[in-house]
Design a protein around this ligand. Structure first.
Ligand SMILES: CC(C)(COP(=O)(O)OP(=O)(O)OC[C@H]1O[C@@H](n2cnc3c(N)ncnc32)[C@H](O)[C@@H]1OP(=O)(O)O)[C@@H](O)C(=O)NCCC(=O)NCCS
Length: 215
């Protein structure tokens, strides 16, 4: 059976550094964290949360009455796949929103979303399911963030920017008003997106230039 678990607590997939930040955001917003499943099932604790096995353990946890799930995996595609799997198993995908984030009442936020400390999300912006808006990122008005995209720490979108599904902006990257960043496209740390970027490319620099297909 394993350890006694907090049935009202969140199950987290992933036990790495990103999971630590997620755990602290969940706790800061008054939620409890029951257990972690990780590709490395070695029994251990991450910030006091037990790693109880790998994701083969999810069905047993569901059977024991746990119903809330958060996917704390940095890889955008894998996070999306695991989110769908969790939903199909009947888990609800909770959000991890740090209380210091300032989110407009007219913004819409999907499910399974991480919004870390110090984020600002402004009027009429939309954040898709399983997105990560990392520490200190800024999303100005009327932006659309696709499912499972990731805005890195201290990155910033001016107004009316669109990010495709699974797109990624590295730490400190920025986008000027109105540009669109394609599905699965990566913008390297510190890059400035000044023109639309197509799907599936890697772009770096100021202004960001396409350097090839995403790896
Ligand atoms: C752009 C990026 C994806 C490229 O990764 P990579 O393919 O492994 O690149 P490498 O580290 O092999 O670097 C290749 C070259 O690009 C340069 N480079 C790397 N990242 C760069 C960046 N963001 N801007 C400009 N040049 C960059 C390197 O200096 C290197 O140059 P050199 O060949 O003259 O030595 C990566 O460097 C990056 O910026 N990742 C963002 C990570 C991040 O912000 N994570 C947040 C997690 S919360």
């Amino acid at each position: 059976m394993g350890p006694t678990l907090d049935i009202g607590g969140v199950v987290i997939i992933g036990g790495g550094g990103h999971a630590k930040v997620v755990i602290e955001s969940l706790r800061a917003s008054g939620q409890t964290v029951a257990a972690i499943v990780d590709a490395d099932p070695t029994p251990r604790a991450v910030l006091g949360v037990p790693v109880v096995g790998d994701d083969a353990k999810l069905a047993e946890l569901k059977g024991r009455g746990l119903s809330k799930l958060f996917v704390a995996i940095g890889d955008n595609r894998l996070r999306q796949v695991l989110g769908r799997k969790g939903r199909d198993m009947g888990f609800s995908l909770v959000n991890a929103i740090h209380p210091s984030a300032v989110i407009s009442p007219t913004a819409t936020i999907g499910e399974g979303v991480a919004i870390m400390a110090g984020v600002a999300i402004n009027a009429d912006s939309r954040v898709g399911d399983l997105a990560i808006v990392n520490t200190g990122a800024v999303v100005d008005h009327d932006c659309v963030l696709g499912a499972a995209c990731h805005l890195g720490p201290a990155s910033a979108l001016a107004g009316t920017v669109t990010m495709g599904e699974r797109a990624f902006l590295g730490v400190g990257a920025r986008a000027i008003p109105g540009v669109s960043i394609g599905t699965d496209t990566i913008v390297g740390a510190g890059g400035v997106v000044a023109r639309d970027l197509p799907d599936g490319v890697l772009a770096i620099g100021v202004p960001a230039k396409i350097k090839g297909d995403r790896r």
